[in-house]
Design a protein around this ligand. Structure first.
Ligand SMILES: [Zn+2]
Length: 653
């Protein structure tokens, strides 16, 4: 693939334009300051300094995490997407300087990792289970691919290829090679991207090797643990816990034999994103089945209504089916970013609306919630219920914050949001044979070739606030036959379509979540999709004990929440009666353009119990309900008005 072959999409969408402007004008410059330790954060980054030290340009010690390098390369990847959208010579010059610095830190044999180069050069590749060298390589590769595609410059791609060629020599089944694979998957999905731009079959083969070696016996993590004298890097949960708990890094069984979504959520989702991409390019049906098996378990048994993944802080991991606590949820921002990436690859395997439904849920709720509306504060953990007074002094709530933070010692999430939102183009459309699928309702102009002609498709809407979406075809003077396949979201019970003003009977055209509008299209044809967005109550499967008797509100793709700023303290005493109806309104803080919801609710109190100051009391204690109007705001916009309580699931009574 060359730079010119990339799909040509220009996003132009009121909702996303604002975010993209924020990424360009605030987030990327802010993160540059953070990487240079010029942000007043509790834990400085040191990430660029580590490269300077590894390059011999500065004296000093390596600081920060063993994977600190990836903060820089993820920022570079986000920069690449900006440069792909519009030229920015100053930003490009800064990026080129960073790329030169990375090149200077690369070792003569291609090896590149500042932690080991500075701190433990003799210990390279001795602790794959815990030490992230292949993970960091993956992020460097992804940045290199994106930067090459955006600018046509090959400096970073050359660095990435030298590193990958080195890795390809170190790992494999041959004599003197290591039969290992990463503790933290990421390089798998990156190698697939590198293969796509270089057509180098060794990169595809290396990806396949890492995936097929995973979970084989005798176990590689145990073998390397013995070889290096039983040392371990992460003592937080006991000696060598990360090595012993193979499921934590999805290394407990070969990929084809894994039947449940387990372990560290981001590792799981990066791994299966790579597996799905490999399966799609090679046609490996067994790997495709394995991906769908994990997806089904994850999304039908372990997914938060906000598109969050990972029910516990311990190991940043999944727990078991139907275990979805609200207040101790982990739901790392990166996990939802990775879920979006996994969904994209599954859509490429088989375009089924259920993948895009989850993609949309994760994108519009947890991914967006990961960043403040000011672009300078971030959530790592995305709970569905917070009471600030409980956060201090309890390890149950480790890593949970009631307000977003400026930066993190482990800063994986902020640049992940920047790179995903910068590459939103990749998630909107899919062209397959004679069908053009529309996964997301994101406005913009698409150039595509179908039926031997060049077409333009213009998409316009006020999504996610309104569900009326207009499409207009242009170009293609001879016209041509193909299917425009529009996703019918799972949240919308009554979609309608008109073509050039005439209503379309959707039932015979709808399969797997898309309506397939197949006809001979002409320039000037117009399609109007109407997705009515009434506020709806969601109820959880009866086995989710944390959600019994509760409802969440959703309107369109957005999940809503109660905040203390609108509803007063003690949100747990509020309820939504089964008969309550919802009024929509705009103009409310913190997001005036948002559609907010109000309903007549109740507040439950027991004044006679409060009066006796007893924690428990015998006998009947009928609480009294007083009317209270409840105000719901979109979940992604919570915690933009200072510290306060929040909850997504509210008692229904
Ligand atoms: Zn993260």
């Amino acid at each position: 693939m060359t730079v010119q072959d990339l799909p040509r999409i220009r996003l132009d969408d009121p909702f996303w334009n604002a975010y993209r402007q924020l990424i360009r004008e605030v987030v990327i410059p802010y993160q540059w300051e953070a990487l240079n330790d010029r942000v007043d954060a509790a834990e400085p980054s040191h990430a660029l300094d580590n490269f300077r030290i590894a390059a011999g340009q500065r004296q000093g010690e390596h600081h920060g995490m063993v994977f600190q390098d990836s903060d820089v390369t993820k920022w570079l990847e986000a920069v690449a997407y900006q440069l792909a959208q519009a030229p920015d010579p100053a930003l490009e010059a800064t990026a080129d300087e960073v790329i030169a610095l990375i090149g200077a830190a690369q070792q003569p044999d291609g090896y590149l990792n500042t932690y080991f180069t500075v701190k433990a050069p003799a210990a390279r590749w001795t602790n794959l289970a815990e030490c992230h060298e292949l993970y960091c390589a993956g992020h460097l590769i992804e940045a290199a691919v994106a930067y090459y595609q955006a600018t046509g410059k090959t400096a970073l791609l050359d660095i990435a290829r030298r590193l990958t060629d080195h890795i390809d020599q170190v790992f494999g089944p041959g004599p003197g090679q290591l039969p290992g694979y990463p503790g933290h998957p990421e390089i798998e999905l990156a190698l697939m991207r590198l293969y796509e731009v270089t057509d180098e079959p060794r990169y595809l083969a290396l990806c396949r090797y890492f995936i097929e070696q995973r979970g084989q016996q005798p176990h590689y993590y145990d073998a390397e643990y013995e070889r290096r004298g039983r040392t371990f890097h992460w003592p937080s949960h006991g000696p060598a816990w990360m090595i012993k708990d193979k499921a934590y890094s999805q290394a407990h069984a070969p990929v084809l034999k894994q039947d449940k979504a387990v372990g560290h959520a981001v590792r799981l989702l990066y791994l299966y994103t790579g597996v799905a991409h490999l399966a799609q390019l090679t046609g490996d049906a067994e790997q495709a089945t394995a991906c769908r098996r994990i997806w089904d378990n994850l999304t039908q048994r372990q997914l938060y209504v906000t598109g969050g993944v990972g029910a516990q802080s311990h190991g940043e991991s999944l727990t078991c089916d139907f275990d979805l606590p609200n207040d101790t949820a982990y739901a790392e921002t990166c996990a939802s970013v990775a879920l979006v990436m996994f969904a994209r690859r599954l859509l490429e395997l088989s375009p089924e609306g259920r993948y895009a439904d989850v993609l949309e849920r994760a994108l519009y709720n947890t991914v967006l919630a990961g960043m403040a509306l000011d672009g300078r504060h971030f959530f790592y953990v995305n709970p569905l219920e917070v009471h600030p007074a409980t956060l201090a002094g309890s390890h149950r709530y480790d890593h949970v914050h009631a307000v977003r933070q400026r930066w993190f010692g482990c800063a994986c999430c902020p640049p992940n949001i920047a790179r995903l939102l910068g590459a939103l183009e990749d998630y909107v459309y899919l062209q397959r044979e004679d069908s053009l699928y529309v996964h997301l309702y994101v406005g913009g102009d698409l150039d595509f070739i179908m039926a031997g002609q060049r077409w333009q498709l213009r998409q316009r809407s006020d999504y996610p606030w309104q569900g009326r979406i207009g499409f207009e075809l242009d170009g293609a003077p001879q016209g041509g036959t193909f299917a425009l396949a529009l996703r019918l979201p799972d949240w919308c019970p009554t979609p309608t379509v008109r073509i050039n003003g005439a209503p379309v009977d959707l039932a015979p055209l709808t399969r797997a979540g898309y309506c397939h509008l197949r006809r001979e299209w002409q320039a000037g044809d117009r399609v109007e999709l109407d997705l009515p967005m009434p506020a709806q109550r969601l109820r959880a499967h009866p086995q989710v004990r944390q959600l019994a008797g509760k409802v969440a509100l959703q309107r369109g793709p957005l999940v809503y929440c109660l905040e203390q700023a609108d509803n007063g303290a003690d949100l747990h005493t509020l309820s939504l009666p089964p008969t309550a109806t919802f009024q929509e309104f705009k103009g409310h803080a913190p997001l005036p353009q948002a559609v907010h919801l109000q309903a007549e609710g109740k507040r439950w109190e027991a004044p006679d119990h409060t009066a006796v100051q007893a924690l428990y009391r015998q006998g009947p204690m009928p609480p009294q309900a007083t009317p209270q109007r409840l105000t719901f705001i979109p979940y992604f916009a919570w915690a933009n008005r200072g510290e306060g309580e929040m909850r997504v699931w509210v008692d229904e009574r």
